[in-house]
Design a protein around this ligand. Structure first.
Ligand code: 5RP
Ligand code: MG
Length: 219
């Protein structure tokens, strides 16, 4: 089990690049990975990836394009725009996953698969064989909407299983710094924080506090 300090990924799910920059510029120093969120990718297109890469060339950059089909074309589009990570939906066929991994290898890039709401991991061993490096476990929106900050037993089981299979495990879903201690014994590799940084009154402080919390929980 890897229990090193997880890396911090900021998710930019704004409609405009300007709104994304309002959070990203002050928060960037505290984050390891910048995610151009699905909403921003759809709203501003690959221009968002190109511009953010140009401004922060030293940062890892995920285009959360949620590939379900046309794996080679979409992944190439994202990598040509400056991303070095792309996301694929868990329901994509193994053929699509394989195509994305092949293109990723060509670019020296990596692939993240986001589990579905039920956190089904049945295909995980095949994803690993195809070359996928990251899997995202997300807290269900229902739990979040119900105001529950608890992670379910099944989420924890998925995190452990995926780690054992050799993935870097990423967690997401309305995460706040204050809830991290409940996962302190879990092998989390990356924590994605979107709204808790982007919508904070002071994104620089929110990101710095998040980073401090990661170091305290996984020293
Ligand atoms: C949802 C996403 C979001 O980018 C991710 O959940 C991070 O945002 P937040 O912390 O606001 O939930 O891809 O599927
Ligand atoms: Mg996202």
């Amino acid at each position: 089990m890897t229990t090193a300090t997880p890396r911090l990924q900021i998710a930019l799910d704004t409609f405009t690049l300007d709104d994304a920059y309002r959070a990203l510029q002050p928060a960037a120093a505290s984050v390891d990975i910048i995610e151009v969120g699905t909403i921003l990718c759809l709203s501003e297109g690959m221009r968002a990836v190109r511009e953010i890469h140009a401004l922060f060339p030293e940062k890892d950059l995920l285009a959360d394009v949620r590939i379900a089909e046309a794996g080679s074309i979409i992944s190439r589009l994202a990598f040509d725009s400056g991303a070095n990570l792309v996301s694929v939906v868990a329901g994509a066929s193994l053929t699509t996953v394989g195509q994305v991994c092949k293109v990723a290898e060509e670019y020296g890039a990596e692939v993240q698969i986001e589990l579905d709401e039920a956190n089904r991991t049945d295909a995980a061993v095949h994803w690993r064989a195809a070359g996928v490096k990251h899997v995202i476990v997300h807290r269900s929106r229902d739990a979040e909407a119900a105001g529950s900050l608890r992670w379910k037993r099944s989420d924890i089981d998925s995190i452990r299983l995926l780690d054992q299979l050799g993935f870097t495990v990423t967690i997401t879903g309305g995460i706040t710094a204050s809830e991290l201690p409940q996962l302190s014994t879990e092998p989390v590799g990356i924590v994605i924080a979107g709204r808790s940084i982007v919508q904070a009154a002071d994104p620089a402080k929110a990101a710095a506090d998040f980073r401090t919390a990661l170091g305290a929980v996984w020293p």
